[in-house]
Design a protein around this ligand. Sequence first.
Ligand code: DLZ
Length: 196
Amino acid sequence: MYLKGPSPQHHDGSGLRVAIVHARWNETIIEPLVAGAKEKLLAAGVKESNIVVQSCPGSWELPIAVQRAFFLSLISASQIQSNTTGAPSATDLLAASTSDLTSLTNSSSGPFDAVIAVGVLIKGETMHFEYIADAAVHGLMRVQLDTGIPVILGILTVLNEEQAKARAGVDGKGHNHGEDWGSAAVEMGVKRQEWG
Ligand code: DLZ
């Protein structure tokens, strides 16, 4: 039998923290994708309290939103000096460098073991579909390699709404790709912990 996706493996996700960061464009497709990802995380043993869902306006914003989601989750007042007492301000966070981010995310105490970035780009609805898709996927790869935290690519690039629905398993048709992204996050999160 020809298998389109990766052959299934079981990984224990009970020790993982995973973020799902999704765009809000095309929300009727986004919702089932996020639900599918979450379902697979829970099925692998990831605790509900260790799944954090955040959003940003569109796919273009996903790389910065994913990067800052890591960052905010990792930072404590002692790790990045604040100008004031208590938690670091937004200015402190924005001023933090990539090397701060890298050293923080390489520590075993980093709270997210993987992040799933979810967006839906429909060609018929955007003149600059290719620009947004290209920039978003390159940005996500950069975040992943700069931080050492696996970023699962959950961006659907489709020609029309019908294709989008089929790839989100809407109306019982097609296959919900969000499920694959949830499984990939568990596998890569476990491997990230093994790699140290
Ligand atoms: C502007 C735009 C368009 C036309 N289409 C989409 C889309 O299909 N999917 C998506 O996630 N985002 C879209 N956007 C919004 C951009 O990603 C971005 O949010 C805005 O250009 C503001 O920076």
